[in-house]
Each structure stands twice: as structure tokens, then as C-alpha cells.
Ligand binder design. Structure first.
Ligand code: NAI
Length: 254
């Protein structure tokens, strides 16, 4: 049941993979016995979001759906503002939607660069700007941006993606400094290699190579990322801000 006190969480890219796991986790009651959040599920198409909403509700949680393209600044800002209007609050923002458009830099087109930056980085700025007023007013906010270890250590063939993820880290640290005095935190969770559709097409030799580079010798799961996001967005994490938490099985130890 959603009451006036229920914390409201806005999760982009919630239709599948890591975003779906984050939304599902945030909707569950917390391990300390706190109430689950009302989770606003955001992605481009409505059908998979409606399925997830039904699943969350069947488990006793609460969810709403906002279909929007996060690279369309107006439609994303409208979605955030409609949530503040409907619930009178917005407590948690998770900027998770992301794409890859991999290419070697000499072959990379302007479109591959722009689409990646707009979807992965500009969207986070737009959503944070739209959410900040409500968070400042209520003197509470937990922002979590999903970056990547590629944004920390770089990756050949991913200059656009790595730049967008490194940009998220700079954005998050600046927001942490700008809004910290209002009890608004902003942290980064940087996954390594996680088993999702995004990594499903990697050849087996690449997967073997990646596993060998990890201290724990295995790929992660979306739930591994959701657990970190649940902590940084919890009420308990008020003294943690501007941090990059690399959830990567010890691949980078960054
Ligand atoms: P995915 O491709 O399985 O899911 C991406 C989600 O974002 C989907 O819900 C998709 O509909 C949504 N999305 C993409 N473009 C959108 C747009 N323009 N508007 C609205 N929604 C959009 O990806 P996955 O693996 O779940 O990744 C989630 C996040 O984690 C991404 O930011 C990704 O860069 C990051 N990440 C993933 C890693 C992995 O190994 N899977 C590693 C490091 C970071």
C-alpha cells in the first residue's frame, strides 16, 4: 500500500537486466524491517513495464509505469515532474538506462558518439535537475547513477561509452557537493561484467578471458548490482556520498 510516507523511487531502464533487478529489490521491504518503496518503472516501451508492475504487485509491492525515451530530455523531465505531482515527493532516483554503440575511435560516427552520450549521460543530468527541487524541499534524496568500470579504467572500442560513464562519475561527485547540505546524496555504482542481454552476445573466449581477470572468477548477476543500489539509496546511507562503488568481482579493485 502506498501512503503519504512511502518513499518513491524512479528507476530508468527498468524493463530488463540490471534495472529490473533494482526495481524489484527496491519494492521489497528493507532488511531492517522498513516498508518497500513505491517504484516508478521507466523505459521506452510500456508492455514489459506493465508485466513487471504486475509481478511487483503480486509480491505485495507497489509500482507505477512511465514509458519514455530517456534521450528525449523533455519527455524524461515531464516523467519526473509527473511523479512529483502525483505523489507529492520523489525520494530515490536511479539513472540506470544505458546503451553501448561500440567502435574503434577512428571508425566511430558522430551518431554513435551522440546517441551514447545523450542516453547514458545527458539523461542523468536531466533527471537529476528535474528531481532536485522536490528532493531539496523534502530535505531528503538518494541519487544513484549506474556507471561502469569502463568509465573508471577505460576500454578499447568503447571511447563513447567509457566517456559517458566517466562523465557520470564527475556529474555525481559535483551533485554530491552541491546538494549534500540538503540531505541529498549522490553515489555511483559501477558494474563490471554482469550477465544481461547487454553482454549476452560476447563470444565464449571473451567470457573466459573476463572470468580469468576477476578475483572471484565469475560474472556478476543483476542482483549483485541491485544489492549495492539498495544500500546507497537506503535511509541508512546518509553519510555516504560522491563514492564510486565498483561491483566487479574484484576485476579492477578501483
Ligand atoms: P540492458 O541492455 O539489458 O537494459 C538496458 C535498459 O535500459 C533496458 O530497460 C532498456 O529498455 C533501457 N533503455 C536503453 N535505452 C533507453 C532509452 N533511450 N530510453 C529509455 N530506456 C532505455 O542493459 P543492462 O546490462 O541491464 O545495463 C544496465 C546499466 O548497467 C546500463 O547503464 C549499463 O551501461 C550498465 N552496465 C552494465 C554492465 C553489464 O555487464 N551488463 C556492465 C557495466 C555497466
Amino acid at each position: 500500500m502506498t501512503t503519504k510516507q512511502t518513499r518513491v523511487a524512479f528507476v530508468t531502464g527498468a524493463s530488463r537486466g540490471i534495472g529490473r533487478a533494482i526495481a524489484t529489490r527496491l519494492a521489497k521491504p528493507t532488511t531492517e524491517g522498513g516498508q518497500g518503496r513505491h517504484v516508478v518503472l521507466v523505459s521506452r516501451s510500456e508492455a514489459p513495464l506493465n508485466d513487471l508492475k504486475a509481478e511487483i504487485e503480486a509480491g505485495g509491492g507497489a509500482a507505477s509505469v512511465r514509458a519514455c525515451d530517456v534521450s528525449d530530455a523533455k519527455s524524461l523531465a515531464d516523467a519526473v515532474e509527473s511523479v512529483v505531482e502525483e505523489f507529492g515527493r520523489l525520494d530515490i532516483l536511479v539513472n540506470n538506462a544505458g546503451i553501448t554503440r561500440d567502435n574503434l575511435v577512428m571508425r566511430m560516427s558522430d551518431e554513435e558518439w551522440d546517441e551514447t552520450i545523450d542516453t547514458n549521460l545527458k539523461s542523468a543530468f536531466v533527471a537529476i535537475r528535474a528531481a532536485a527541487r522536490a528532493m531539496m524541499k523534502q530535505r531528503f534524496g538518494r541519487i544513484c547513477n549506474i556507471a561502469s568500470t569502463s568509465g573508471v579504467v577505460g576500454n578499447a572500442g568503447q571511447a563513447n561509452y567509457a566517456a559517458s560513464k566517466a562523465g557520470l562519475i564527475g556529474l555525481s561527485k559535483s551533485i554530491a557537493r552541491e546538494l549534500g547540505g540538503k540531505n541529498i546524496t549522490c553515489n555511483i555504482v559501477a558494474p563490471g561484467f554482469i550477465q544481461t542481454d547487454m553482454t549476452a552476445d560476447l563470444p565464449p573466449q571473451v567470457i573466459d578471458h573476463v572470468k580469468a581477470a576477476m578475483a572471484v572468477r565469475n560474472l556478476g548477476t543483476p542482483d549483485d548490482i541491485a544489492a549495492a543500489v539498495a544500500y546507497v539509496t537506503s535511509d541508512d546511507a546518509g553519510y555516504l556520498t560522491g563514492q564510486t562503488i565498483c561491483v566487479d568481482g574484484g576485476m579492477t579493485m578501483c
